[in-house]
Design a protein. Structure first.
Length: 342
C-alpha cells in the first residue's frame, strides 16, 4: 500500500508549546493512559503509567491534521496503540492507520479511499478470539488465538449521496503487526432484500456513522445505518476457522464473519449520531443520548439536559429529557441511563 512505513524506534519527546487540546484517550486495565493530541508537527501519542514518566511519540505523516477524525484503541496484550484517522490529500479522501508496535511505527497505511469518494467517521475496536480444536484421540488440541483490529468508516460516492459503511476486520500477527494482506472489506449497504429508502427524510445526514460495541456474549457488534432500507442494523460479529494453502503446507486461521439474524431497527427521526453517544442495553436494545439546552419552560430556559431515546422490540421510544440540576450532574445522568438500559 502507498505511503506504508515501518520505522525503527522513533519515540521522541515533543515540546508542549505546540499543544492545542486533548483528543481521544484510552485507560487500560493495568492503569496505563494513552492520549492523542495535536502539536505543530502533527498528531502526538502520549503514554503514561504507574511506574514511569510520560512518553510522547510523533505520529508519522500527520502534520496539519486535527482531532475531529481521530480514533485511538489499544491492544492490551501487546500494549500497542492503534491510531485511525480520515484525511484528504490532493483532493483524495482516505482512511489511514498507524500503530506503535514494540517501539516502532507501523504505517501510516491507507485502508480505503483515494478513489474519488469521500471518507468520514471512522471507528475501531480491538478484540481477541481463542479457539480450541480437538485433535485425534491422544493428540494435543490445537489452540488458535488471533487479535483483530475491527475497523469501519463511512463512504460517500459523491457529495449528495447518503453513502454506506465499509467494514474491514484486520488480523494482527503474534507481535501485534496488522496483516493487511489478509483482509477483506465489506460494503454494508442493501443488507436486506427489500426496503423503502430514506430519500424522503431530510435529516439522515447526521446518521452517517457506524459504531462498535461488545455484546452480551462478549463478541463484537456493529451498529450501522442502511439508508437503502432506512433501518439500523446491529450486526453480530463472530469467528470461523478457515483452512488455507501456504508454501509450508495447509494451515488454519481465524476469520471474522457476521452472525445470521441481525437486529433491525427503523431509523427514527430527529437523531444525530455525529453529536450523540450510545451504548447497548439488555436484549440488544440501544440507548442513544446527547446533550442539549432547554429552550422552553419559563425559568428553565437555558438550563442543560441530557436527551435520550431507547430501542426495544416494539421500536423506539419518544425522545425524553433528563434535566441536569444541582443534585444531578452529567456523569450521574449518564449512569442513570445505563442503569435504565440494563
Amino acid at each position: 500500500m502507498r505511503r506504508l512505513i515501518f520505522a525503527l524506534a522513533l519515540v521522541v519527546l515533543v515540546g508542549s508549546a505546540g499543544f492545542a487540546h486533548a483528543g481521544p484517550m484510552v485507560l487500560t486495565s493495568d492503569g496505563h493512559l494513552y492520549k492523542v493530541w495535536v502539536a505543530d508537527e502533527g498528531l502526538v501519542l502520549s503514554h503514561s503509567g504507574p511506574d514511569f514518566d510520560t512518553e510522547e511519540a510523533l505520529v508519522p505523516q500527520t502534520a496539519g491534521l486535527g482531532l475531529e477524525s481521530v480514533v485511538l484503541v489499544v491492544d492490551e496484550t501487546t500494549s500497542s496503540p492503534f491510531i485511525l484517522w480520515t484525511d484528504t490529500l490532493d483532493g483524495l479522501s482516505s482512511v489511514n492507520l498507524a500503530a506503535l508496535v514494540d517501539g516502532a511505527w507501523f504505517g501510516p497505511a491507507i485502508l480505503g479511499g483515494e478513489d474519488g469518494t469521500t471518507i468520514t467517521n471512522a471507528d475501531a475496536l480491538i478484540h481477541t478470539v481463542t479457539t480450541v480444536i480437538e485433535g485425534d484421540e491422544g493428540a494435543e488440541p490445537e489452540i488458535l488465538e488471533t487479535t483483530f483490529l475491527h475497523t469501519v468508516w463511512w463512504r460517500h460516492d459523491n457529495v449528495t449521496a447518503l453513502g454506506y459503511a465499509i467494514y474491514l476486520p484486520i488480523p494482527l500477527d503474534s507481535n501485534g503487526i496488522p496483516l493487511l494482506d489478509d483482509t477483506q472489506a465489506y460494503d454494508l449497504e442493501n443488507l436486506l432484500p427489500f426496503g423503502f429508502g430514506c430519500d424522503d427524510n431530510p435529516d439522515v445526514a447526521g446518521l452517517t456513522s457506524a459504531r462498535f460495541f461488545i455484546g452480551e456474549g462478549g463478541l463484537p457488534q456493529l451498529f450501522t445505518p442502511d439508508f437503502a432500507d432506512c433501518v439500523f442494523h446491529l450486526l453480530g460479529i463472530d469467528y470461523e476457522i478457515e483452512e488455507i494453502d501456504t508454501p509450508e503446507g495447509k494451515r488454519r486461521r481465524q476469520i471474522a464473519v457476521f452472525n445470521s439474524g441481525d437486529v433491525v431497527m427503523a431509523i427514527p427521526p430527529d437523531l444525530d449520531l455525529l453529536a450523540s453517544k450510545m451504548f447497548l442495553g439488555r436484549d440488544n436494545s440501544v440507548l442513544i443520548y446527547w446533550d442539549t439546552t432547554i429552550e422552553a419552560g419559563g425559568d428553565a430556559v437555558g438550563d442543560r439536559a441530557v436527551e435520550w431515546v431507547l430501542s426495544d422490540t416494539e421500536g423506539w421510544s419518544d425522545i425524553k429529557s433528563l434535566p441536569l440540576e444541582d443534585d444531578i450532574d452529567h456523569e450521574q445522568a449518564v449512569d442513570l441511563l445505563r442503569k435504565l438500559a440494563r
